[in-house]
Write a protein that binds this ligand. Structure first.
Ligand code: SAH
Length: 243
C-alpha cells in the first residue's frame, strides 16, 4: 500500500500586523523587551468574532507569523547571533534567527484588548517585536503552567541583555511632549525601551560621530552614541514628523 507522505503545505495568513515598527532596524530582538511597543493584529474577513470567543481570558498570546521581509534572502545552516557579539556562529536551530528554512516566527505578546467592531476582529497587543505588515499564521493562548518552565535555562543567553542609558536633548523632550497629545503610546517610554537595547547590528562599531535614524509610528527618530570608557549611552536628538 502506498504510504501518504505529507511534505508540502500551504498556509494562508489569518491576519496582518499593524505595528509601531515601520522598519526592521531597531525592532527589539525578542518580544517583551519593549513593553510599550504596541500593535494591532487585524484578522482577515474569514475570521469572525466567534473565532476569538474566550481569548479575552488570556493575558498573553502566542503569535506565529511569517518573516515576510527577509524570507527571500534564504537561510544558512550556521548563523551569528547578536547575543554572541556577532562573531561566533551557531546552528540555525540553536538560534532565534529570522533566516530559517521555514521563515516562521513566534512571539509571546500581551493581549491588551479585543475589538469586534462589525465583523472585523482586531487584537490589541503590546511588547511586540513585529514589523508593520507581518502576516500572521496563527494565534494561541499563552498557558503559564506549560509555557513557563521554572527549571529552564539557556547557556547562550542566561539573562536579558544589558541596557544602555538613554538621555534626551531638550529639543527631543519638547517634541515628545507636543507629539504625545492624541497619541495612545507613551512615546518617552517606548523610545527609551527601544534605544536601551542598542539596535546597532553587532558587527557595527559604535561611532560617536554618526547620527542614527529609524521610522517609528509616524516620525523619524534620530539619536547618537556616547562612549565613556567601557560604558556607552544614547542621546535622542530629535523626532521628525512624517509629512
Ligand atoms: N520572537 C521572535 C524573535 C525573532 S528575531 C522569534 O523567535 O520568532 C526578532 C526580529 O525579527 C526583530 O528584531 C525584527 O527585526 C525581525 N522581524 C520582525 N518582524 C519581521 C518580519 N515580518 N519580517 C522579517 N523580520 C522581522
Amino acid at each position: 500500500m502506498a504510504s501518504l507522505v505529507m511534505d508540502d503545505f500551504h498556509f494562508s495568513p489569518i491576519g496582518y500586523v499593524e505595528s509601531c515598527f515601520k522598519q526592521k532596524f531597531a525592532i527589539p530582538r525578542q518580544p517583551g523587551l519593549a513593553p510599550h511597543a504596541k500593535a494591532t493584529i487585524k484578522l482577515t474577513e474569514n475570521f469572525t468574532p466567534e473565532t476569538v470567543d474566550g481569548l479575552e481570558l488570556s493575558t498573553h498570546i502566542w503569535v506565529q507569523f511569517v518573516f515576510h521581509q527577509t524570507m527571500e534572502e534564504g537561510w544558512s545552516p550556521r548563523v551569528r547571533p547578536p547575543r554572541l557579539g556577532g562573531n561566533r556562529k551557531m546552528g540555525v536551530f540553536a538560534t532565534r534567527s529570522t533566516h530559517r528554512p521555514n521563515p516562521i516566527g513566534m512571539s509571546v505578546v500581551t493581549l491588551d484588548g479585543i475589538d469586534v467592531g462589525g465583523n472585523n476582529v482586531r487584537l490589541h497587543v503590546s511588547g511586540v517585536d513585529l514589523l508593520d505588515g507581518t502576516p500572521v499564521l496563527d494565534i494561541k493562548p499563552y498557558l503559564p503552567y506549560v509555557d513557563s518552565v521554572r527549571t529552564a535555562s539557556n547557556k547562550l543567553a542566561l539573562m536579558a541583555p544589558s541596557l544602555l542609558v538613554v538621555k534626551f536633548t531638550d529639543k527631543a523632550m519638547g517634541q515628545i511632549e507636543s507629539m504625545q497629545q492624541g497619541q495612545d503610546t507613551d512615546l518617552l517610554a517606548l523610545i527609551s525601551e527601544i534605544l536601551a537595547q542598542d539596535p546597532r547590528p553587532a558587527y557595527q562599531k559604535m561611532d560617536e560621530k554618526r547620527t542614527y535614524g529609524v521610522t517609528l509610528l509616524d516620525f523619524e527618530l534620530k539619536w547618537r552614541y556616547f562612549i565613556h570608557g567601557e560604558e556607552a549611552s544614547v542621546e535622542v536628538l530629535e523626532l521628525i514628523p512624517h509629512g
